[in-house]
Design a protein around this ligand. Sequence first.
Ligand SMILES: [Mn+2]
Length: 426
Amino acid sequence: MNLFKAHINKLIAATTNALEQSGYDGVWIYSGHPENNFLDDMGPAHTINPHFKWWVPVAHVTSSVLHFVPGQKPTVYLHQPADFWHKIIDNSQDKWAQYFDVKVIGHYSELPDFKAAKNHAWIGSKELQPLEEKDTNPKALLNHLHFARIQKTDYEIHCIKQANVLALKGHEAARKAFYDGCSEYEIHMAYLQACEHNEYEMPYGNIVALNENPSVLHYQFQSRTRIPQADLKSFLIDAGANFKGYASDITRTYSFNDDAFAGMIQMMDAKQQILCQQAIAGQDYVQMHLNAHHYISEVLHEFGVFKCDPESAVAQGLSRTFFPHGLGHYLGLQVHDVSGHVIDELGTVKAPPAEHPFLRLTDSLRENAVITIEPGLYFVPMLMQEIAGHKDINWDKVAEFQPYGGIRIEDNVVVKKEGIENLTRI
Ligand SMILES: [Mn+2]
């Protein structure tokens, strides 16, 4: 069976079950449509409802609706605006379309009467809400569907892998641009060009950070100024790509010179690879996050930042000052894919430990889940200040590494029963 057909079969089974469990006879899933900015006739790039993308692999679709009733072929009302302003791409004959009853519509007014269908739910943002509040994004239905999204089909894994292939082209171009002495902005543009993405097609905003900037975890600017090569120290890039609506999410860190920081990156990379190997089905992800704290403390001890042994650094909470975020998250139709804190189809929440509030994934790992493994260590001035003068920290070493900002290394991994598949190291 081809990958997409098997994928659609899973969606049919999962959605049939979700509707039964939540007491509905059918569901409308709306793609969403772009809203204009305040007092403007233009808006931001449109983000498609992930539930719609799960079924229909069409980029840039708006104002379209999927209709699913168990036992019937799913129907897509595919909006192709009948106007002279836009180029119309007819996707209704594409390969995916054979698994749907596709009805092309030129205008909203051709959408069906949603209220006429008995006992239906509506999944979509609030721009268009034709059904009653209680039937709009009902929690019980969403909980079942979100839980089903954790374990990916082979088609989805293929898409995330292709998103990695694209992103890796960008990462290679970015690495070269860094060693050529380019500015953050030039590196960013080299990245986009290499993976042939427009900015609005990216799954999230690129983080392109030189020298001390990696210490800003979500550094959001790209400086247009080149740094003289004599002053260049480090480069962190966190950037993905998009393939049929699926995301990749990759981070790499480089040192400009062959110095202590280069050695620190190398040791972090080795630790990150050990963590990747731990991501087998049944593994408790919270435990992996705690393991990461030990490994990062070993790195900081090895490079003279921690004067105490790694166990003591973890016990005192010092590692959290250097590694303040979570080890990773689910990855799929959304970069931070749904259900990270959920342990069953009823939506039962398992909150992260109180000392690790930013951990986005708390459950034991399930087969064919795709996750990120992204340990980091940073010299964040604000956080360093909180432990200023601590006796177990070598403050001269902190001063030495602070101009480099920090390190994060992130791969995308498929959880398997035995072993893992690393989609990023290919
Ligand atoms: Mn990530």
